[in-house]
Design a protein around this ligand. Structure first.
Ligand code: PLP
Length: 412
């Protein structure tokens, strides 16, 4: 798998940063891996976050596609209370619990999957899926089959394996060497045809809509071709629906709009509306090879998380909510286009459901700062792309309010 791989990254080790000449600034108690906005958020209320001065911010970020049911949702709060009332927050995976079994059964009943593994985050779900792919390959008599193939523009997480499958140099370069056996290729079927060797490739992982990579809706024809190709080459197809799944595109799973099922599917972000839980959904061929001891987690799918997630998935799969996402999402896209036409500040708009990206001429950070000053929370997806991921329960009136603030911010 060498001929069509992307050009190799430089292998020279970056020089250590020079020692600061002046006294170092005091260190924040929370490690400085994020540039955080200044206000101290103390409360949530539906589609608003409220700071310690009482200022309300309209939330078009939803904790990066997490709080799909909004903040302080009575149903979610009641589910937390019910779970707490049992007195059983955690048991470990050495024991059975009713909430964990009920959630797994619900996911099996509402998807292609035969079994579910619960993890604690998106990256962890993907890391697990990579292991499962290798386990499957070895167990089915292919000792050299280990390669994980990801696509140009992908984001699958920040852990060793998922970072190797993430196409963002700034995230990757300081941490080389990355996990071996992971290759990133162009989003192109001819390229994949050359790369996917049945003897060495175990799985392809793909986000049906690349979120961090700029909200790129992958062509359904390409994805269907990829499904056919992976079958033909005896390679597993993993769909990463961590950002685009669970209602965001107007169907419960994004793959349900594509007309095929993957072999594995990963979900996380909105699964418990803000409590940390992820999951790997697997089909029969993967489920049959996994044995006790092959994978594990202390916290994954604990009873409190699972009970809340069971409530959340029932809400997010409600046909009325999904219709609302499709309808308001299409309207929102039209409004973004209107803003682009009126302001001349926009290069392109992409998206579906309530997941949209807007390429802007200015650095996205400058617009996000101005929107923030007007009371609107936005997030970027790359240096020149604004990303819109509002709670799925947001109304058209609330979206319109945010669009006004966005237009003002774009005008400078
Ligand atoms: C598509 C996708 N996969 C994986 C991840 C990683 O999830 P987490 O941050 O929960 O580890 C993300 C997070 O943004 C994501 O968008």
């Amino acid at each position: 798998m060498t001929s069509t791989m992307l050009p190799p990254e430089s292998t020279t080790t970056p020089a250590p940063a020079p020692a600061p000449a002046v006294a170092a600034a005091p260190l924040p108690a929370i490690l400085g891996t994020y540039k955080r906005q200044a206000p101290l958020f103390v409360r949530g209320d539906g589609v608003y976050m409220i700071d310690d001065t009482g200022t309300r911010y309209l939330d078009f970020v939803a904790g990066i596609a997490v709080t799909s049911l909004g903040h302080n949702d009575p149903g979610v709060n009641a589910a937390v209370q019910e779970a707490l009332a049992t007195g059983l927050i955690h048991t470990s995976n050495l024991y059975r619990t009713a909430p964990g079994e009920a959630l797994a059964q619900w996911l099996v009943d509402h998807s292609f999957a035969n079994s579910v593994f619960f993890a604690n985050s998106g990256a962890e779900a993907n890391e697990g899926a990579f292991k499962f792919a290798r386990r499957w390959a070895r167990s089915t008599g292919h000792p050299a089959k280990h390669e994980i193939v990801a696509l140009r523009g992908s984001f699958h997480g920040r852990m060793p394996g998922t970072l190797a499958a993430t196409d963002r140099p700034a995230y990757r370069l300081p941490f080389r060497p990355l996990m071996g056996g992971v290759t990133i290729v162009e989003r192109d079927l001819d390229e994949l045809r050359t790369v996917l060797d049945p003897e060495t490739a175990a799985a392809v992982i793909v986000e049906p809509i690349q979120g961090e990579g700029g909200v790129r809706v992958l062509d359904p024809e390409f994805l269907r071709g990829l499904r056919a190709l992976t079958r033909e080459r005896n390679v597993l197809l993993i769909l990463d629906e961590i950002q685009c799944g669970l209602g965001r595109t107007g169907s419960f799973f994004a793959y349900q709009q594509l007309g095929f099922a993957p072999d594995m599917l990963t979900i996380a972000k909105p699964l418990a509306n803000g409590l940390p839980i992820g999951a790997i959904l697997v089909n029969e061929q993967v489920a049959r090879v996994m044995q006790p001891g092959d994978h594990g987690t202390t916290f994954g799918g604990g009873p409190l998380l699972a009970h809340v997630a069971h409530h959340v998935v029932q809400r997010l799969s409600d046909p009325a909510l999904l219709a609302h996402v499709r309808e308001t999402g299409a309207w929102f896209g039209q409004q973004l286009q209107g803003i682009a036409d009126r302001t001349g500040t926009v290069r392109a708009i992409r998206g579906t459901g309530l997941m949209w990206g807007m390429d802007v001429h200015e650095p996205a950070a400058a617009i996000i700062g101005r929107a923030f000053a007007h009371g609107l929370l936005l997030v970027s997806a790359g240096e020149h792309t604004l990303r819109f991921l509002p709670p799925l329960v947001i109304t058209k009136a609330e979206l319109a309010q945010g669009l006004d603030m966005l237009e003002t911010a774009l005008r400078g």
